[in-house]
Design a protein around this ligand. Structure first.
Ligand code: ISE
Length: 360
């Protein structure tokens, strides 16, 4: 019997709103860095039906700072946290190379796990997670591609699905960060940043990417040798095109833009700020300096949906949550784009077929 069943989170029909468990879901957090601290704050104040039960980080002082005022325990060992009887579900926000081991450990004890992107940095690592989840027999893994919960992206997808702009032809994406770590490998511009657009393209368009080319202008002086910006051009199975300008040393702020061009109209994300400032001779809209304020509502909705799905022991009806298969696909596409960057030539992408467990 699954740990979910043992904990009292018994199966419910998808779409049912009857909570099978009235006590809050006790979440164990691995990783108390920038994203872990943000998740802890949301779990403690903005998400209903959950409590933070334990936190583990390689830096114990950082973990202590995060649990202050929450009543949660600091656990020294991530695997002990995963196995702990008090922990119902696991949130992985540690460094990318550690994700696979923690997700596999959560599957081994039958606990739901929300893993920050990437699911694993390598395709083989993602495949091992798919194999473990398939052997377990039901889905436990969610990948933190939070843009699927952003109100703007959700409305954009709704417009497409409602037929408001006709069949999609071109998706234009822009993804800019003010600055990144000096010496960042050129591949990381794709695997760490553009990977969001790779996921969002599949999710929005509801089809797979079959070819990728990556173009690079002369690198920006601020990029310190990294190939930045990059222009990714993708072709989908039905023949639509996706272009992604990713520029992680853009200097001026954090900005994400997206416009979908259809046969009879276009739809694009609105301005991120609801206010307009007039001052010192300019009309301006405030811009965030990193992704947390820009996607604050998306992170909140993502966590709430995950907690609700744990309480229901089933995904909520119409949940946009990314599965382990979506995590696999994102890493697979990112690696293909890295090959396209390195060779300068188009790369054909033949994503393996979706295992039965992940069929809609
Ligand atoms: C970061 O890791 C993220 O996931 C952000 O959403 C993205 O915008 C940024 O470029 C990444 O470094």
């Amino acid at each position: 019997m699954s740990r979910v069943g043992q904990a009292g989170f018994s199966s419910a029909a998808p779409g049912s709103t009857v909570w099978r468990n009235t006590r809050p879901v006790t979440v164990g957090l691995i990783g108390a860095g920038v994203m872990g601290a943000d998740h802890a704050r949301l779990l403690s104040g903005s998400v209903s039906g959950a409590r933070l039960g334990g936190v583990c980080d390689v830096d114990e002082t950082r973990a202590r700072r995060v649990v202050e005022a929450t009543g949660a325990r600091v656990l020294p060992d991530p695997f002990a946290l995963i196995a702990d009887d008090d922990i119902d579900a696991v949130l992985v926000a540690s460094s990318d190379p550690t994700h696979e081991a923690y997700v596999l450990a959560a599957i081994a004890v039958g606990k739901p796990v929300l893993c920050e992107k990437p699911l694993a940095p390598t395709v083989d690592g993602c495949q091992r997670i798919i194999d473990a989840e398939t052997a377990y027999g039901s889905r436990l893994v969610t990948v933190g591609f939070m843009r699927r919960y952003d109100p703007g992206y959700v409305e954009l997808k709704q417009a497409l699905d409602d037929g408001v702009i006709g069949a999609p032809l071109v998706l234009h994406c822009v993804h800019r960060n003010p600055a990144n770590s000096p010496g960042q490998p050129s591949a990381a511009v794709i695997t760490n940043s553009a990977v969001h657009e790779l996921d969002v393209s599949r999710w929005l368009l509801g089809e797979e990417i079959v070819e990728a080319t990556v173009h690079t202008p002369r690198p920006a002086a601020a990029a310190g040798g990294t190939a930045d910006p990059q222009l990714l051009v993708l072709r989908t199975a039905s023949g639509a095109l996706v272009d992604i300008e990713v520029f992680v040393n853009a200097g001026y702020g954090y900005e994400v833009r997206c416009e979908l061009v259809g046969e009879s109209g276009t739809v694009e994300l609105g301005m991120p700020s609801p206010t307009v400032q007039r001052r010192a001779g300019v009309i301006a809209r405030p811009l965030a300096m990193d992704w947390r304020p820009r996607f604050a509502e998306a992170y909140r909705r993502e966590l709430q949906d995950w907690v609700d799905s744990v309480r229901l022991a089933a995904p909520a009806a119409f949940s946009p949550a990314a599965t382990a298969w979506d995590g696999f696909a994102a890493t697979y596409l990112a690696q293909a784009c890295v090959r396209a960057l390195e060779t300068g030539a188009p790369v054909t992408i033949d994503l393996p077929s979706r295992p039965k467990l992940y069929e809609p």
